[in-house]
Design a protein around this ligand. Structure first.
Ligand code: ATP
Ligand code: MG
Length: 131
């Protein structure tokens, strides 16, 4: 078993998709090992996405991630990192495969419903950031 960190971002929370996304996660064989809902502070959002601090969209990203509550989950499954990224779909919901979470629940390239760790190393760092 491996772990990854999943977030249900403020757009999907605001639209009431939390329970549907949790169901999709469990229907796809993940175990939700830990979870909590938080309204991220600016410091938390900047720290969590610090890898993107020099990107042109950083300010927009922090503003979005602090706009309302985020649901935070530690997921367990074999190959959890790649399995969760496959279930989420592409970063831009307009390019995500039909049936993926971002295609179903995402708004646009910024407000794209969910986050997933991109490597086992970052999964460990991100899980320790929130749990
Ligand atoms: P995440 O890290 O949230 O799982 P990702 O790994 O698919 O997403 P990243 O390149 O890490 O994509 O970007 C982090 C987040 O920054 C994206 O999920 C999205 O919310 C936002 N973002 C990425 N690219 C853009 C962009 N061009 N314009 C606006 N926001 C963007
Ligand atoms: Mg990423």
């Amino acid at each position: 078993m491996n772990n990854t960190l999943a977030l249900i971002k403020p757009d999907a929370m605001q639209k009431g998709f939390k329970d549907e996304i949790r169901k999709d996660i469990m229907d796809n064989g993940f175990i939700i090992a830990e979870e909590k809902t938080l309204h991220l502070s600016v410091e938390q959002a900047e720290g969590f996405y610090s890898i993107h601090k020099d990107k042109p969209f950083f300010e927009e990203l922090v503003e979005f991630m602090t706009s309302s509550e985020t649901h935070i989950m530690k997921l367990e499954k074999a190959n959890a990192v790649s399995e969760w990224r496959n279930l989420m779909g592409a970063t831009n919901p307009a390019e995500a495969d039909a049936g993926t979470i971002r295609a179903k629940y995402g708004t646009d390239i910024s407000m794209n419903a969910t986050h997933g760790s991109d490597s086992n190393e970052n999964a460990e760092i991100e899980i320790n950031f929130f749990f």
